[in-house]
Write a protein that binds this ligand. Structure first.
Ligand code: 25A
Ligand code: L14
Length: 339
């Protein structure tokens, strides 16, 4: 039985924070006290949780007294500053930002893939939630890796604007309206128009020419699968979709995996829904993934250019499995097995 906990949600007013409240209520997470934290701007606002109104309080160094689990989604800077403060106050932090993910003393966890790593949280009191694009990819790759050994992964993403937050959701909506009415589009969140466009640019560029988002997919995938020998290369692209990220994933495996074997493995894999019936025009789509927690996998076919290769199309709700649901699943394991 899970122990009832005092839970704080840091960044509760944000796109991910709001989703966290929904998922906590849906899954009936055993909450004793719920504390909603955000910046000055939102203090005093009321947010609904499970039919009740809760007032937003200020995130400051005294905000974590008595908290057992703190779910963070207020950006990397806030996490860097406040996770250690929350941990010192006795809370276990489940952090959605990129701040702690590659720290060797912080576990990086997807419950369907590496739940055994959670115990490492005792070092720093922090568990990192991976990047949204990484989460859905490793959910799909785990059973294939276990069966045939991944040698190399080549991924291109088609990422929804909701990952950037509420301002970005508004920007796409407003740009669509303006452009369809013959007016120019203002760009505030993204450097270029996102409506009716694709931007091969997510997060900042590094000297190598890759973006930070692309390198998160490389480094986090290896850490979660616990195998630094896997070659990973990524191109991450923002597309004018509101919810759900889609990914074209090409893999090379050590031993041969047929399409039928891959389908069979994925069909019984936790967190996966196989949607792969091209004859009936059934394949994973963003609009079907949105609002639910499974990672949809389909378009499974042999890569005819190499001996042991497959192509897949992988889609999941970036605010749910890519962020809020994954964090709440981690919190459930904590409450059940560790606290
Ligand atoms: O965008 P921010 O600044 O990172 O803010 C995100 C959340 O953190 C709170 C903020 O509360 C919001 O709940 N927050 C920000 N600064 C804080 C501080 N100093 C802080 N909490 C404590 N102390 P808020 O009340 O300030 O914001 C309420 C709404 O306003 C939007 N917003 C934020 N900054 C804004 C702004 N609007 C206008 N101008 C600004 N400068 C804010 O947008 C919220 O709606 P958002 O929360 O939707 O942005 C989402 C954040 O979540 C990250 N993210 C998204 N998906 C993932 C993810 N991180 C990890 N994994 C994911 N899968 C986004 O990158 C973004 O940071
Ligand atoms: O989790 O889509 O590191 O703009 C931060 C940027 C999530 C996606 C992370 C985006 C990402 C987000």
């Amino acid at each position: 039985m899970a122990k009832p906990c005092n839970v704080a949600v840091v960044g509760a007013t944000g796109a991910v924070g709001q989703q966290m409240l929904e998922v906590l209520a849906e899954r009936k997470f055993p909450i004793k006290e719920l504390r909603l934290l955000a910046s000055e701007r939102s203090v005093g606002k009321f947010l609904e949780y499970d039919g009740e109104q809760h007032m937003v309080q200020l995130l400051d160094k005294d905000a974590f007294k008595g908290i057992d689990i703190a779910l963070f989604s207020a950006g990397g800077e806030r996490s860097r500053e406040f996770c250690p403060i929350a941990a010192a106050a006795g809370a276990v932090c489940v952090d959605n930002s990129s701040a702690w993910r590659m720290d060797p003393e912080v576990p990086l966890v997807v419950p369907e893939v590496n739940p055994q790593d959670i115990g490492l949280y005792k070092k720093k009191g922090i568990i990192a939630n991976p990047n949204c694009s990484t989460i859905q990819m490793v959910v799909a790759l785990k059973p294939l890796h276990d069966a045939a050994g991944l040698k190399r992964v080549v991924v291109s993403t088609y990422q929804a604007v909701s990952g950037t937050g509420r301002n970005a959701i508004d920007e796409l909506r407003i740009q669509c309206g303006e452009l369809l009415n013959g007016r120019p589009a203002d760009c505030n969140v993204y450097p270029h128009q996102i409506a009716f466009n694709c931007l091969p640019h997510i997060d900042e560029f590094l000297d190598s020419g890759y973006t930070k988002e692309e390198m998160k997919m490389v480094n986090e995938t290896r850490k979660i699968l616990g195998d630094s020998s896997i070659g990973v290369t990524a191109t991450t692209v923002r597309v004018p979709v509101f919810y759900s990220h889609s990914e074209s994933v090409n893999i090379e495996t050590v031993s041969k995996l047929s399409v039928a074997q891959a389908r069979e493995l994925l069909a019984r894999s936790p967190g996966v829904r196989l949607v792969d019936d091209p004859a009936r025009r059934e394949y994973p789509m963003a609009i079907d993934a949105a609002g639910q927690d499974l990672t949809l996998v389909g378009r499974i076919r042999e890569d005819q250019s190499i001996a042991n290769g497959l192509n897949l199309w992988v889609v999941a709700d970036n605010l749910r499995k890519g962020a809020a649901t994954n964090a709440v699943q981690i919190a459930e394991i904590l409450a059940e097995k560790y606290l």
